[in-house]
Design a protein around this ligand. Structure first.
Ligand code: PGA
Length: 243
């Protein structure tokens, strides 16, 4: 795994976007895997700036998102569908038909998972962007998830709900379940860009790079990926032994 230690969040976001921009220039029908949460927002801002400058186009791009809360309507401000449109899709020329986001409608969950998985299986993601949860989750694959999992429903850890309550008025509003791409699906991407910033990610980054491979810490599988880049800021790198 290649590791970059950026000075700060701005630099982290620039490095991550520059890798994506370079690959987009080489392949205009690239398949991009997007993540939500606060970490990738700066990367998306840099992608929008490159699009505005005429450097890249999303016209032929296909996208897959990692996960979605179950039970929040698409129009809810905290749904990941809403987030992706606000943070990226509304600002670029991606074709709405080429956007794939797991559907969190509790009424048709199994049917929608099947459709999403079929779509995923007939495409190979060129670059998957990933954050890490403070408990080592990747997407919403919480500790204990099988490394061979595909898209599935997951009960969110209490720690994850606490981490994410900052986006809601109150913990009681944070959904208890989500649908997430599986770990096997994530590992099938050709390239992974893993991002972590801030002191609250320092333990997770240390565990990822220095801990054992175990399903109790899902991100530990990422070291097995042949083309993974980890970009962290100095705060997230602050507990590493060799730095
Ligand atoms: P964050 O979430 O980017 O909001 O820190 C990352 C994650 O939980 O995967």
């Amino acid at each position: 795994m290649k590791v970059y230690i950026a000075k700060n969040y701005d630099e982290l976001s620039k490095i991550s976007a520059s890798i994506i921009i370079e690959d987009m220039k080489a392949k205009n029908d690239i398949i991009l895997g997007f993540a939500t949460g606060s970490t990738p927002i700066g990367t998306y801002q840099n992608l929008i700036a490159a699009y505005d400058a005429g450097e890249i186009s999303f016209k032929n791009v296909t996208s897959f998102n990692l996960d979605e809360y179950i039970g929040l309507p698409r129009a809810h401000e905290q749904s990941y569908n809403y987030f992706m449109h606000e943070q990226l899709f509304n600002h670029i020329n991606i074709d709405e038909n080429n956007i794939n986001i797991p559907c969190g409608d509790p009424a048709n969950i199994e049917e929608n998972i099947k459709k999403y998985q079929e779509k995923l299986d007939s495409n190979v993601i060129d670059i998957q962007i990933l954050g890490i949860g403070s408990n080592g989750h990747i997407a919403f694959n919480e500790p204990g998830t099988s490394f061979s999992s595909n898209t599935h429903v997951i009960r969110l850890d209490e720690g994850t709900r606490q981490d994410n309550k900052r986006f809601f008025n109150d913990i009681s509003e944070v959904p208890k379940e989500a649908v997430t791409m599986g770990i096997k699906d994530i590992m099938s991407a050709k390239k992974l860009i893993i991002l972590a910033n801030g002191k609250n990610k320092a333990n997770a980054v240390k565990e990822l790079l220095e801990g054992e491979k175990t399903e109790a810490f899902p991100a530990s599988i990422l070291l097995d990926h042949e083309n993974a880049v980890l970009i962290v800021d100095e705060d997230a790198a602050s507990l590493l032994e060799d730095i």
